[in-house]
Design a protein around this ligand. Structure first.
Ligand code: MF3
Ligand code: CO
Length: 254
């Protein structure tokens, strides 16, 4: 497994990413009051299978507690890895939907945080800053840059906006595995001198907390929540490093 992908591999990653993008566009209209996160997950799974892909998160993990669903759906103070369940969405919720697809041996991965009905100005600003931080990070995914350039771009913008950027979780390389080297941190780390080169495919995914960056994992072994119970947002794209502008392989409506 090479971190620099061949043209052939890139085409396969591109195809999986296209399905991911289509899923997020499709699910948009179903994010409304009264819908359960389980119903959303069913729709996502059906859509992926109909598209000729396989839900990459389903059965993920090496231990006993494998991830049980086709998507991660995380509401309000849930940061990521929320397990779809009977919880009904209510007006004012913010809902991160994270989708991964495996097709012909290659992966795509993206996430978007949706609004349910009328969302508070507090949450709206959190969403705008988090989405913008993703694009600031993506703009640094250039041949010759370091991963720290991505990390700093995200961190400076998020912290400058008064929010906390999660440190215990990060983005990742992606290809014939969902999670590959390198780890794509969202904060500057002086020890990390990893250089980005053309042909790498990476998933950049800032998780931004309204309050502090501290998170904890619930007893289900998956769902992470903010320690201070304040809301959190999450946006992700799979990106190809080129010799020019980064190419967003999961590009959809955002
Ligand atoms: N987008 C997340 C990630 O890249 C989702 C992983 S969910 C899991 O880490 F179940 F697959 F772990
Ligand atoms: Co990811």
């Amino acid at each position: 497994m090479s971190l620099v992908k061949s043209e052939k591999e890139i085409e396969l990653i591109r195809a999986s990413c296209k399905i991911v993008a289509n899923v997020l566009t499709y699910i948009k209209d179903f994010i409304k009051e009264g819908t359960t996160t389980f119903e959303i997950d069913r729709l996502i799974e059906e859509f992926i299978l109909k598209s000729g892909g396989y839900p990459a998160f389903k059965g993920y993990g090496s231990g006993k507690n494998k991830y049980p669903a086709s998507s991660c759906i995380s509401v309000n103070e849930e940061v990521v890895h929320g397990i779809p369940a009977e919880r009904k969405l209510v007006n004012g919720d913010i809902v991160s939907v994270d989708v991964g697809v495996l097709k012909d041996g290659f992966y795509g991965d993206a996430a978007y945080t949706f609004e349910v009905g009328e969302v508070s100005a507090k949450k709206k600003r959190l969403l705008n800053v988090t989405r913008e931080s993703l694009y600031k990070g993506i703009s640094q995914a250039r041949d010759g840059n370091e991963l720290n350039d991505i990390a700093s771009a995200v961190q400076d913008y998020v912290e400058g906006s008064g929010y906390g950027v999660v440190r215990d979780l990060c983005g990742h390389g992606i290809g014939s595995h969902l999670h590959e080297e390198p780890a794509v941190l969202n904060y500057y780390n002086p020890k990390n001198r990893f250089r980005i080169v053309k042909g790498m495919t990476i998933a950049i995914e800032p998780m931004v907390n309204y309050g502090t960056y501290a998170i904890k994992t619930l007893k289900d072994g998956w769902t992470t929540v903010t320690k201070d119970k304040e809301p959190s947002a999450h946006f992700e794209h799979t990106v190809l490093v080129t010799d020019g502008e980064p190419e967003i392989l999961t590009k959809s409506f955002y």
